[in-house]
Design a protein around this ligand. Structure first.
Ligand SMILES: [Zn+2]
Ligand SMILES: [Zn+2]
Length: 288
């Protein structure tokens, strides 16, 4: 089954082009076309890898669904509503762990390593995240959502997240309370100290409000990753974090310490502090 988010690729291309045109025409900002083309190339290859990995890993989902005693009746409305909400909640935890555990961050860092913030960044996705991210969605199989329904809802969740990667849309009034918006997601991409590890939402920002990870957009956002990324090489962008982890593993002694290095937080704040000059650190009051 072809995922809905990949069927939407032509639409993504049109909107990326329209946004680039609007930014260039406004003259208020430059458009980094080298970065945008890198994002698009990474996105296209990630769609190919994503399809292949989904073919392999969906077998596990389908097996759990078949073995489960529960089956949701997808011919009525309420299971669809529950699936939309449940999928978004699972996405929240998948995304949060993708930031707070080094193993998962090694995949997700690809999406955050652009210093820009525009629609092309939305398609800058890890080539290899399909190796592991499916495990977060197995509860949906166990409670009886068939794979085709899950793939449909999850695909539309990812399509929703495309349009929030823009600086052209300001605050959206009361919608900001319920939905993940461009403003909330700009914060998520920020490396300003107060923006780190905030706003993990997919569609509904209510999860961040509930689980204490919400931060409103206040000061202008500085985008990127705390450890820096000075390459436009798609292969390096997808693999550099693994080399960094291997290097860190070498300096850890003992099996438990190595496990901690792999699974615990990459402690980005700490790495940020070391990257800042002392003076900057004093001004920003960087934590940890
Ligand atoms: Zn993220
Ligand atoms: Zn994003």
């Amino acid at each position: 089954m072809l995922k809905p988010q990949y069927i939407a690729i032509p639409l993504f291309a049109v909107f990326i082009a329209i946004e680039a045109f609007l930014i260039l025409r406004s003259g208020r900002d430059e458009y980094d076309s080298k970065d945008a083309w890198t994002n698009i190339l990474i996105g296209l290859i990630s769609a190919i890898f994503g399809t292949l990995l989904a073919l392999a890993t969906s077998i596990v989902y389908i097996t759990i669904y078949e073995l489960s005693p529960f089956k949701m009746p997808m011919n009525s409305v309420w299971p669809w509503l529950i699936l939309i909400i449940a999928d978004d909640l699972l996405y929240y935890w998948f995304h949060r762990i993708s930031h707070e555990s080094r193993l998962f961050w090694n995949f997700h860092v690809v999406h955050h390593s652009s210093y820009r913030y525009n629609l092309s960044v939305a398609v800058r996705q890890s080539w290899f995240s399909g190796v592991l991210h499916w495990i977060f969605y197995l509860p949906a199989a166990f409670v009886g959502f068939p794979f085709w329904a899950f793939a449909l809802v999850h695909g539309f969740n990812l399509i929703y997240q495309f349009w929030i990667h823009t600086e052209l849309v300001d605050r959206l009034g009361p919608l900001e309370w319920i939905l993940n918006t461009p403003s909330h997601h700009r914060v998520h991409h920020g490396i300003n100290p107060q923006y780190l590890d905030k706003n993990y939402a997919g569609i509904f920002i209510v999860w961040d409000r509930m689980f204490g990870t919400f931060e409103p957009e206040d000061e202008p956002v500085e985008y990127g990753i705390t450890t820096g990324m000075d390459s436009y090489n798609p292969l390096w962008i997808n693999t550099h974090a693994w080399f960094e982890m291997l290097e860190k593993l070498r300096s850890r002694s003992g099996f438990l310490e190595k496990l901690r290095c792999i699974f615990l937080s990459p402690d980005m704040n700490l790495e940020r502090v070391s990257a800042l000059t002392d003076q900057e650190a004093m001004v920003t009051g960087a934590r940890r």
